[in-house]
Design a protein around this ligand. Structure first.
Ligand code: PDD
Length: 285
Protein backbone atom coordinates (compact mmCIF):
# COMPACT_ATOMS: atom_id res chain seq x y z
CA UNK A 1 0.00 0.00 0.00
CA UNK A 2 1.39 3.42 -0.89
CA UNK A 3 1.80 5.73 2.05
CA UNK A 4 0.59 9.30 2.22
CA UNK A 5 1.91 12.16 4.34
CA UNK A 6 0.33 15.53 5.03
CA UNK A 7 2.97 18.21 4.38
CA UNK A 8 2.12 21.89 4.70
CA UNK A 9 -1.41 21.74 3.36
CA UNK A 10 -1.12 18.84 0.94
CA UNK A 11 -1.45 15.08 1.06
CA UNK A 12 1.66 13.78 -0.65
CA UNK A 13 2.75 10.31 -1.79
CA UNK A 14 5.64 9.07 0.35
CA UNK A 15 8.37 9.68 -2.26
CA UNK A 16 7.34 13.34 -2.65
CA UNK A 17 6.82 14.07 1.05
CA UNK A 18 9.61 16.62 1.57
CA UNK A 19 10.40 19.56 3.81
CA UNK A 20 12.61 22.48 2.78
CA UNK A 21 16.36 22.45 3.54
CA UNK A 22 15.85 25.65 5.53
CA UNK A 23 13.04 24.29 7.66
CA UNK A 24 14.00 25.26 11.21
CA UNK A 25 13.07 21.83 12.44
CA UNK A 26 15.73 20.38 10.18
CA UNK A 27 18.38 22.97 11.02
CA UNK A 28 17.75 23.76 14.70
CA UNK A 29 15.30 21.12 15.99
CA UNK A 30 13.11 24.20 16.38
CA UNK A 31 9.79 22.42 16.60
CA UNK A 32 7.49 20.16 18.55
CA UNK A 33 5.69 16.88 17.96
CA UNK A 34 3.01 14.53 19.20
CA UNK A 35 2.52 10.78 18.86
CA UNK A 36 -1.07 9.63 19.19
CA UNK A 37 -2.19 6.01 19.26
CA UNK A 38 -4.65 4.84 16.59
CA UNK A 39 -6.89 1.98 17.64
CA UNK A 40 -9.62 0.52 15.50
CA UNK A 41 -9.04 3.43 13.08
CA UNK A 42 -9.80 5.98 15.80
CA UNK A 43 -7.49 8.41 17.58
CA UNK A 44 -6.86 7.72 21.26
CA UNK A 45 -6.91 10.77 23.54
CA UNK A 46 -6.82 13.31 20.70
CA UNK A 47 -8.09 16.08 22.96
CA UNK A 48 -5.30 15.60 25.49
CA UNK A 49 -2.62 15.32 22.79
CA UNK A 50 -3.78 18.56 21.17
CA UNK A 51 -3.79 20.31 24.55
CA UNK A 52 -0.20 19.19 25.16
CA UNK A 53 0.73 20.28 21.63
CA UNK A 54 -0.68 23.74 22.35
CA UNK A 55 1.39 23.91 25.57
CA UNK A 56 4.60 22.86 23.77
CA UNK A 57 4.03 25.43 21.00
CA UNK A 58 3.33 28.16 23.52
CA UNK A 59 6.51 27.33 25.46
CA UNK A 60 8.54 27.77 22.26
CA UNK A 61 6.49 30.79 21.13
CA UNK A 62 5.41 29.13 17.88
CA UNK A 63 1.92 30.13 16.73
CA UNK A 64 -0.59 27.29 16.33
CA UNK A 65 -0.91 27.24 12.53
CA UNK A 66 -4.45 25.88 12.36
CA UNK A 67 -7.52 25.44 14.54
CA UNK A 68 -7.83 22.26 16.62
CA UNK A 69 -10.88 21.33 14.53
CA UNK A 70 -8.98 21.71 11.23
CA UNK A 71 -6.03 19.80 12.66
CA UNK A 72 -8.39 17.04 13.80
CA UNK A 73 -9.69 16.74 10.24
CA UNK A 74 -6.14 16.43 8.89
CA UNK A 75 -5.22 13.85 11.53
CA UNK A 76 -8.24 11.67 10.75
CA UNK A 77 -7.76 12.05 7.01
CA UNK A 78 -4.10 10.98 7.32
CA UNK A 79 -5.17 7.88 9.27
CA UNK A 80 -7.86 7.13 6.67
CA UNK A 81 -5.64 7.62 3.62
CA UNK A 82 -3.01 5.30 5.10
CA UNK A 83 -5.69 2.76 6.08
CA UNK A 84 -4.29 2.51 9.61
CA UNK A 85 -6.43 0.47 11.94
CA UNK A 86 -3.97 -0.08 14.82
CA UNK A 87 -0.90 2.10 14.82
CA UNK A 88 0.34 5.61 15.51
CA UNK A 89 -0.15 9.08 14.16
CA UNK A 90 2.87 11.40 14.16
CA UNK A 91 2.43 15.16 14.04
CA UNK A 92 5.22 17.72 13.83
CA UNK A 93 5.15 21.50 13.80
CA UNK A 94 8.23 23.65 13.36
CA UNK A 95 8.90 27.38 13.30
CA UNK A 96 8.84 27.20 9.50
CA UNK A 97 11.23 27.95 6.66
CA UNK A 98 13.58 30.93 6.83
CA UNK A 99 17.16 31.93 6.03
CA UNK A 100 19.38 30.36 8.67
CA UNK A 101 19.70 32.62 11.72
CA UNK A 102 19.47 31.41 15.30
CA UNK A 103 17.01 34.11 16.35
CA UNK A 104 13.37 33.81 15.32
CA UNK A 105 12.48 34.42 11.65
CA UNK A 106 10.46 37.51 10.65
CA UNK A 107 6.91 37.71 12.02
CA UNK A 108 4.47 36.08 9.65
CA UNK A 109 6.78 33.17 8.80
CA UNK A 110 4.34 30.26 8.58
CA UNK A 111 4.96 27.29 10.89
CA UNK A 112 5.50 24.01 9.01
CA UNK A 113 3.18 21.07 9.62
CA UNK A 114 3.76 17.39 8.88
CA UNK A 115 1.40 14.53 9.76
CA UNK A 116 2.08 10.84 9.08
CA UNK A 117 0.44 7.61 10.20
CA UNK A 118 1.53 4.00 10.18
CA UNK A 119 0.41 0.63 11.42
CA UNK A 120 2.02 -1.03 14.42
CA UNK A 121 2.23 -4.69 15.27
CA UNK A 122 -0.24 -4.72 18.14
CA UNK A 123 0.00 -8.52 18.48
CA UNK A 124 3.78 -8.16 18.87
CA UNK A 125 3.23 -5.51 21.52
CA UNK A 126 0.81 -7.75 23.39
CA UNK A 127 3.35 -10.59 23.21
CA UNK A 128 6.02 -8.29 24.69
CA UNK A 129 3.61 -7.36 27.46
CA UNK A 130 3.03 -11.06 28.24
CA UNK A 131 6.75 -11.60 28.82
CA UNK A 132 7.73 -8.16 30.03
CA UNK A 133 10.68 -6.14 28.75
CA UNK A 134 14.18 -5.25 29.94
CA UNK A 135 15.47 -1.75 30.61
CA UNK A 136 18.94 -0.43 31.25
CA UNK A 137 19.82 2.72 33.19
CA UNK A 138 21.87 5.62 31.86
CA UNK A 139 22.67 9.15 33.07
CA UNK A 140 20.01 11.71 32.12
CA UNK A 141 22.03 14.27 30.18
CA UNK A 142 19.12 16.13 28.55
CA UNK A 143 18.34 19.85 28.79
CA UNK A 144 16.24 21.36 31.59
CA UNK A 145 12.91 21.64 29.72
CA UNK A 146 12.10 18.09 28.70
CA UNK A 147 8.49 18.82 29.68
CA UNK A 148 8.28 20.48 26.23
CA UNK A 149 7.73 17.80 23.59
CA UNK A 150 10.39 19.21 21.29
CA UNK A 151 11.88 17.35 18.32
CA UNK A 152 15.36 17.86 19.82
CA UNK A 153 15.82 14.23 20.86
CA UNK A 154 19.52 13.50 20.44
CA UNK A 155 20.15 12.28 24.03
CA UNK A 156 17.01 10.13 23.75
CA UNK A 157 18.20 8.69 20.42
CA UNK A 158 21.60 7.78 21.84
CA UNK A 159 20.06 6.28 24.98
CA UNK A 160 17.60 4.17 23.00
CA UNK A 161 20.38 2.93 20.72
CA UNK A 162 22.49 1.90 23.73
CA UNK A 163 19.47 0.04 25.12
CA UNK A 164 18.96 -1.79 21.79
CA UNK A 165 22.61 -2.75 21.64
CA UNK A 166 22.27 -4.27 25.10
CA UNK A 167 19.13 -6.18 24.20
CA UNK A 168 16.83 -3.90 26.22
CA UNK A 169 13.57 -2.23 25.17
CA UNK A 170 14.19 1.04 26.91
CA UNK A 171 16.76 3.15 28.75
CA UNK A 172 15.66 4.61 32.07
CA UNK A 173 17.40 7.92 32.61
CA UNK A 174 18.85 8.74 36.02
CA UNK A 175 19.37 12.27 37.34
CA UNK A 176 22.32 13.54 39.39
CA UNK A 177 20.62 12.55 42.65
CA UNK A 178 20.33 8.93 41.53
CA UNK A 179 16.59 9.16 40.81
CA UNK A 180 14.96 7.78 37.70
CA UNK A 181 13.41 10.56 35.64
CA UNK A 182 11.77 8.63 32.78
CA UNK A 183 12.57 6.45 29.78
CA UNK A 184 14.03 7.74 26.52
CA UNK A 185 10.50 7.64 25.03
CA UNK A 186 8.25 6.58 27.89
CA UNK A 187 7.40 7.30 31.54
CA UNK A 188 8.72 5.06 34.32
CA UNK A 189 6.75 3.47 37.17
CA UNK A 190 7.20 1.02 40.05
CA UNK A 191 4.87 -0.79 42.44
CA UNK A 192 6.31 -0.92 45.96
CA UNK A 193 6.30 -3.85 48.38
CA UNK A 194 3.20 -2.37 50.00
CA UNK A 195 1.41 -2.02 46.66
CA UNK A 196 1.80 1.73 46.13
CA UNK A 197 2.11 2.83 42.53
CA UNK A 198 4.96 5.33 42.21
CA UNK A 199 5.90 7.64 39.36
CA UNK A 200 7.90 10.85 39.18
CA UNK A 201 5.94 14.12 39.52
CA UNK A 202 5.38 15.89 36.21
CA UNK A 203 7.80 18.76 36.73
CA UNK A 204 10.24 20.05 34.10
CA UNK A 205 12.41 16.88 34.45
CA UNK A 206 9.98 14.61 32.59
CA UNK A 207 7.54 14.73 29.73
CA UNK A 208 4.04 14.60 31.15
CA UNK A 209 2.82 11.55 29.25
CA UNK A 210 -0.77 11.40 28.11
CA UNK A 211 -0.76 7.68 28.91
CA UNK A 212 0.54 8.63 32.38
CA UNK A 213 -2.32 11.10 32.89
CA UNK A 214 -4.95 8.58 31.82
CA UNK A 215 -3.41 5.92 34.03
CA UNK A 216 -3.42 8.20 37.08
CA UNK A 217 -7.19 8.45 36.62
CA UNK A 218 -7.48 4.67 36.28
CA UNK A 219 -5.38 4.12 39.41
CA UNK A 220 -7.65 6.25 41.57
CA UNK A 221 -10.82 4.61 40.20
CA UNK A 222 -9.36 1.18 40.92
CA UNK A 223 -8.67 2.16 44.52
CA UNK A 224 -4.90 1.82 44.20
CA UNK A 225 -2.64 4.28 46.00
CA UNK A 226 -0.60 6.60 43.80
CA UNK A 227 2.55 8.32 44.97
CA UNK A 228 3.95 10.99 42.67
CA UNK A 229 7.54 11.13 43.85
CA UNK A 230 11.05 10.36 42.68
CA UNK A 231 12.46 6.83 43.09
CA UNK A 232 16.00 5.45 42.80
CA UNK A 233 17.27 2.56 40.69
CA UNK A 234 17.85 0.60 43.93
CA UNK A 235 14.21 1.14 44.92
CA UNK A 236 13.08 0.00 41.49
CA UNK A 237 15.17 -3.16 41.82
CA UNK A 238 13.63 -3.86 45.22
CA UNK A 239 10.09 -3.14 43.96
CA UNK A 240 7.39 -5.74 43.40
CA UNK A 241 6.76 -4.57 39.87
CA UNK A 242 7.94 -2.01 37.37
CA UNK A 243 6.43 -0.82 34.13
CA UNK A 244 6.63 1.89 31.51
CA UNK A 245 3.96 3.85 29.66
CA UNK A 246 3.71 5.55 26.27
CA UNK A 247 1.16 6.04 23.50
CA UNK A 248 2.69 3.24 21.43
CA UNK A 249 3.19 0.73 24.26
CA UNK A 250 0.39 1.65 26.67
CA UNK A 251 1.38 -0.15 29.90
CA UNK A 252 4.44 -2.34 29.37
CA UNK A 253 5.70 -4.49 32.26
CA UNK A 254 9.43 -4.15 33.00
CA UNK A 255 10.94 -7.39 34.32
CA UNK A 256 14.68 -6.65 34.24
CA UNK A 257 16.67 -3.55 35.10
CA UNK A 258 20.37 -3.60 34.19
CA UNK A 259 20.16 -7.38 33.83
CA UNK A 260 18.67 -7.94 37.31
CA UNK A 261 15.11 -9.22 37.82
CA UNK A 262 12.33 -7.04 39.21
CA UNK A 263 10.12 -8.97 41.65
CA UNK A 264 9.88 -12.56 40.46
CA UNK A 265 11.09 -11.57 36.98
CA UNK A 266 7.61 -11.79 35.44
CA UNK A 267 4.93 -9.18 34.67
CA UNK A 268 3.04 -8.41 37.86
CA UNK A 269 -0.69 -8.18 38.57
CA UNK A 270 -0.88 -4.39 38.87
CA UNK A 271 0.77 -3.72 35.50
CA UNK A 272 -1.35 -6.42 33.86
CA UNK A 273 -4.57 -5.05 35.34
CA UNK A 274 -3.75 -1.47 34.34
CA UNK A 275 -2.87 -2.56 30.80
CA UNK A 276 -6.12 -4.49 30.52
CA UNK A 277 -8.18 -1.58 31.89
CA UNK A 278 -6.48 1.25 30.01
CA UNK A 279 -8.97 1.81 27.19
CA UNK A 280 -11.85 2.13 29.62
CA UNK A 281 -10.26 5.36 30.79
CA UNK A 282 -8.88 6.70 27.50
CA UNK A 283 -10.94 8.74 25.02
CA UNK A 284 -11.52 7.59 21.46
CA UNK A 285 -12.38 9.97 18.61
N1 PDD B 1 7.14 9.23 23.31
N2 PDD B 1 8.58 10.52 27.95
C1 PDD B 1 9.20 10.70 26.78
C2 PDD B 1 10.59 11.24 26.77
C3 PDD B 1 8.51 10.41 25.58
O1 PDD B 1 9.12 10.62 24.40
C4 PDD B 1 7.20 9.89 25.64
C5 PDD B 1 6.41 9.58 24.40
C6 PDD B 1 6.61 9.70 26.90
C7 PDD B 1 5.21 9.17 27.06
O2 PDD B 1 4.24 10.08 26.62
P1 PDD B 1 2.84 9.60 26.04
O3 PDD B 1 2.24 8.75 27.07
O4 PDD B 1 2.10 10.85 25.81
O5 PDD B 1 3.14 8.83 24.76
C8 PDD B 1 7.33 10.04 28.04
C9 PDD B 1 6.50 9.04 22.03
C10 PDD B 1 5.59 7.86 22.00
C11 PDD B 1 7.58 9.00 20.96
O6 PDD B 1 8.47 9.83 21.03
O7 PDD B 1 7.51 8.16 20.08
Amino acid sequence: MSRIAYVNGRYRPWRDAMVHVEDRGYQFSDGVYEVCEVRGGRLVDERRHLARLARSLEALRIAMPMSPAALGVVMRETVRRNRVSDGILYLQMTRGVARRDHAFPPPGTAPAVVVTARSLDSAGNDASAENGVAVITLPDNRWGRVDIKSVALLPNVLAKQTAREQGAREAWLVDRDGNVTEGSSSNAWIVTGTGKVVTRPADSAILRGITRDVLIGAISVKGLTLEERAFTVAEALAAKEAFLTSASQIVMPVVRIDGKPVGDGRPGPVARALRAAFYRYAESS
